[in-house]
Design a protein around this ligand. Structure first.
Ligand code: MUC
Ligand code: MG
Length: 367
């Protein structure tokens, strides 16, 4: 079970249509496949999706930090020394996607060695999750059409709507159009990706007060400390911290200072080992959790559902598990299938999915 080799393979898969939101936009999945090999032949994989506009990581940076900094610290450890891996990676402050993919590839290899799914090894609470779909910026009619298509094709009835532009009516109109179109049959929440000030956010939330939203996420920057506390104190729904909580310590700070009341956990940002800490902390604090989406491909989505399904708290709400549908293709032998608004946990050992070598050859950009 000794880790003998770590590969970081950059690949690019175009999106069918771009996903746009207040902090950036994505036209292609410029991701990195991380592959871990062991002395007894086990191979684990995971995917790092850089979000340069949020965390400053890039595809090229992830490849180099893994090759130059992280791999030499980890090669020679065994798959069971996950806490040693965590402690060594934690010595570097940033690079969340690179560290998370390494951690998850190790868990995948461990699951394969033991013949058990990662979801079972983590907690084994359930074998599926309800799906929430993220709707990017577009005209209200287009936003409604996309949601309608997601309901028709995949049975999805939970939507996170991206907001945060000026004038704010461009976005609130989309949320209103969704509610008018679907009535009470869908669950809606919003994510501002820090686009507004605290006072703009409150004005928008008042304008949408009759729309039955269940969460508001990152409406304004976390660094507007008092403004954000003021905003959160005025809301009567949970305020989800997402990019403002890359570490468990950030969660503690936000919850104790009243600048957030719920947590989005992204396996692309905290892997499995750190996401466990995030889960246990949130449970101890008594705050709700949502399985978020760092605009993952199918491999990253398989990681998200593996973690989310492992615990009661993370599987209670619908997880953001469907934006790989915006991609023109993917790397897996067997694509993930969402039916009746539900994504099952892939059934094999580890994360339960296999990389198609032909597709990897087609989309890798390093040879
Ligand atoms: C989200 O929930 O914010 C957009 C940027 C990012 O890092 O994740 C996505 C979705
Ligand atoms: Mg978010």
């Amino acid at each position: 079970m000794e880790i003998t080799q770590i590969e970081a393979i950059p690949f690019t898969i175009p999106y069918r249509k771009p996903l746009r939101f207040a902090s950036g936009e994505v036209h292609a999945a410029d991701h990195v496949l991380v592959r871990v090999r062991t002395s007894d032949g086990a191979v684990g994989v995971a995917e790092a999706p850089p979000r340069p506009f949020t965390y400053g990581e890039t595809q090229a940076g992830i490849v180099e930090v893994i090759r130059q900094i992280f791999a030499p610290q980890i090669i020679g450890l065994t798959l069971l020394q996950r806490e040693v891996v965590h402690a060594r990676l934690a010595g570097t402050v940033g690079n969340p996607a690179a560290k998370s993919a390494l951690d998850m590839a190790i868990w995948d290899a461990l699951g394969r060695s033991l013949g058990r799914s990662v979801s079972e090894l983590l907690g084994g609470y359930t074998d599926q999750m309800r799906v929430s779909h993220m709707l990017g910026f577009a005209e209200p009619a287009e936003v409604v059409a996309e949601a309608e298509q997601m309901r028709e094709l995949y049975g999805i009835e939970v939507f996170k709507v991206k907001i945060g532009r000026r004038p704010m009516s461009i976005d609130t109109a989309s949320v209103r159009a969704l509610r008018q179109h679907f009535g009470e049959s869908v669950e809606l929440y919003v994510d501002g990706n820090r686009g507004w000030t605290a006072s703009e956010s409150l004005r928008a939330m008042k304008e949408m007060a009759d729309l039955g939203l269940v969460f508001a996420e990152e409406l304004c920057p976390a660094d507007d400390v008092l403004g954000r506390r003021w905003l959160v104190s005025k809301l009567d729904i949970p305020f989800v911290a997402d990019e403002s909580v890359p570490t468990p310590a950030d969660i503690t700070r936000h919850m104790l200072s009243g600048t957030a009341t719920a947590v989005s956990v992204k396996t692309a940002r905290t892997g499995f080992t750190r996401s466990q800490r995030v889960h246990h902390l949130a449970e101890g604090l008594g705050v709700e959790m949502v399985m978020g989406n760092q605009i993952d491909g199918q491999l990253g989505t398989a990681c998200t559902v593996s973690f989310g399904s492992a615990y009661q708290l993370t599987s209670r709400r619908a997880g953001e598990l469907s934006n790989f549908l915006d991609m023109s293709d993917d790397l897996l032998m067997e694509p993930l299938q969402i039916r009746d608004g539900v994504l099952p946990v892939p059934s094999g050992p580890g994360i339960g999915v296999e990389i198609d070598p032909e597709k990897l050859n087609r989309y890798r950009i390093d040879c």
